[in-house]
Design a protein around this ligand. Structure first.
Ligand code: ATP
Length: 199
């Protein structure tokens, strides 16, 4: 079985950008958010459970009605737990199958909520990408066209930097430019290989 590296970070931290650099270095990356969306749209067992819990409005002609579901769970922790209890085990199973199909010694699992979902526990090593709050806000505003208030609401909904650091084995700093991030990724990969040798 390959060595599983989890990568996470808060909104706009640059985890997707960092994961792309790892991919360029030959590490296959599983994008949990993309796969979770696919599973919610295509896995009939998951769809049936979501409809049973959230009603027919959970899907429309375009598939999963993300706006409706997000609204349902954003302010209601119990509903969020219900949704997670449907989606997380399906993503876990999907990841296990994907992992075994990879023919590399290291694989990477990218997830915005790697720590919150508990799936960091299934990783051999956890990386967090960290950026100062103001920089994350600026980058996310530029990327998504959201307001500062929207982004702050999301940041306040996520775990704190301190909680993230406490659960991480390796920290990648993304406060500088992309060349710096790439260098951080190269350093992290050397670090991972050292830790693998002593695993
Ligand atoms: P989310 O969880 O919100 O999807 P993410 O952690 O995957 O975010 P990215 O999408 O990789 O973050 O990065 C956020 C934005 O910041 C993107 O537009 C990306 O191009 C930009 N970005 C990432 N790293 C840097 C950097 N070092 N310098 C400038 N811009 C950057």
């Amino acid at each position: 079985h390959p060595f599983v590296v989890g990568i996470t970070g808060g909104i706009g931290s640059g985890k997707s950008t960092a994961a792309k650099f790892f991919e360029e270095l030959g590490i296959p990356v599983y994008n949990s958010d993309t796969r979770a969306k696919l599973i919610q749209n295509e896995n009939s067992e998951v769809k049936a459970k979501i409809i049973a819990a959230f009603g027919e409005e959970a899907y429309d002609e375009n598939g999963l009605n993300k706006a409706y579901l997000s609204k349902q769970v954003f302010q209601d922790n119990e509903k969020l737990k219900v949704l997670n209890s449907i989606v997380h085990p399906a993503v876990f199973k999907d990841f296990e199958a994907w992992k075994i199909a990879q023919q590399t010694p290291i694989v990477m699992k990218e997830a915005a909520i790697l720590i919150e979902s508990g799936s960091y526990k299934d990783c051999d090593l956890v990386i967090s990408v960290m950026v100062d709050k103001e920089k994350r806000i600026a980058r996310t505003m530029e990327r998504d066209g959201l307001t500062r208030e929207d982004i702050l609401a999301r940041i306040n909904h996520q775990i704190t930097d301190e909680e993230r650091i406490a659960k991480s084995d390796v920290i990648i700093d993304n406060n500088s430019d992309l060349a710096h991030l790439k260098n951080e990724v190269e350093q992290a990969l050397m670090n991972i290989k050292k830790k693998m040798a002593s695993h």
